[in-house]
Design a protein around this ligand. Structure first.
Ligand SMILES: Nc1nc2c(ncn2[C@@H]2O[C@H](COP(=O)(O)OP(=O)(O)OP(=O)(O)O)[C@@H](O)[C@H]2O)c(=O)[nH]1
Length: 313
């Protein structure tokens, strides 16, 4: 190829990146920090991201589209297998993969399991992202950087880059974008400027409700909750300057015994969930919202292929 003419306009790049890593590694938080707006749900409970959420980083010379995947892990249920399938098919499609490893936790079998899977993706550049650096001292961080480098070497590959970041503090987040962008193919914008996500609004609304429902529930419940938005319509007969969106959602749990936990004494917890989710949804949509949540039992939905399909998996 000939050298570029220095007077030629700079090339535009556009492409896809995804962050992988074991549950709780900080993938969603990093996606949000890069995009600068809340698009993927975050929670201090593992494996909360079920849907492939894309956030888009717009730069004058590049468009970096981030695909957030669920945690990749040894599957125990049909849902677990489906989630792993989603993750693997995403990996095969993207231009660059960011492997997230928390700076404050020793590498474990879960990380090795994922790295081993990455080793088989020969053509895709892989960037190691050491996350949550605000939770570790410099010495721990540098030990982690060395351990991460060694892990790849043991598995027969090299990281394209190794980058320590703190999404919480915003440290090195911009640098990470700068390093990822040159790995994208040349090409025009894939999404119109200003779009931050292509996730259908109803799916994002469902995720916000699920996020609110997960807060403060017992450890076994997170995997039992699924939310489907059945209806989302602007209310008719509202003055143009005072719109209202009606949202009807079903919150599915697996067993009747879980109903009490979600609803709470005299419905207090469900009301709390509604209030919390409504505030987030209103921020997302930019309009007031009437939110109606029904709690329903979908028996053992995680193990039932028909129900999984109905719930969007
Ligand atoms: N202090 C600190 N905490 C962080 C940082 N990034 C993420 N966290 C926290 O770590 C937890 C997990 O972060 P997530 O972004 O939800 O992790 P994830 O990898 O998307 O998790 P899954 O969806 O379960 O796969 C949350 O409690 C975050 O607030 C960071 O840079 N600093």
């Amino acid at each position: 190829m000939s050298a570029r003419n220095p007077d030629a306009p700079p090339v535009h790049r556009a492409g896809f990146a995804c962050f992988v890593g074991r549950p709780n590694a900080g993938k969603s938080t990093l996606t949000n920090a890069l995009v600068g707006q809340k698009v993927a749900i975050t929670s201090n409970r593992p494996q909360t991201t079920r849907h492939t959420v894309r956030g888009i980083v717009h730069r004058p010379e590049a468009q970096l589209i981030l695909v957030d995947t669920p945690g990749y892990h040894k599957p125990r249920t049909l849902l677990g297998e489906r989630l792993n399938d989603v993750v693997r098919s995403t990996w095969a499609e993207v231009d660059v993969i960011g492997f997230c490893l928390p700076a404050n936790e020793k590498l474990g079998p879960g990380d090795r399991f994922i790295a081993n899977e990455l080793a088989s993706l020969k053509r895709t550049p892989k960037v190691a992202v050491v996350t949550k650096t605000d939770l570790a001292d410099p010495e721990t961080i540098s030990r982690q950087l060395l351990a991460v480098d060694k892990l790849a070497k043991e598995l027969g590959f090299e990281w394209a880059e190794i980058v320590p970041v703190s999404a919480a503090k915003g440290d090195q987040v911009g640098l990470l974008a700068d390093l990822l962008i040159p790995m994208l193919p040349e090409g025009p914008e894939l999404y119109p400027g200003g779009d931050l996500t292509d996730e259908p609004e109803q799916v994002m609304v469902a995720e916000l409700i699920r996020e609110a429902a997960l807060e403060g529930v017992r450890d076994e419940l997170p995997h039992s909750i699924a939310v489907v938005v059945e209806e989302m319509e602007p209310r008719e007969d509202r003055p143009a300057d005072r719109p209202l969106v009606d949202i009807h959602a079903n919150l599915f749990i697996e067993r009747p015994s879980q109903k009490g936990i979600i609803i709470g004494p005299k419905g207090a917890r469900l009301r709390e969930i509604g209030t919390k989710a409504r505030a987030q949804i209103e921020a997302l949509l930019g309009t007031p919202v009437f939110l109606d949540i029904h709690v329903k039992v979908a028996k053992d939905w995680q193990r039932d292929p028909k129900q999984l399909r109905r719930l969007g998996f």
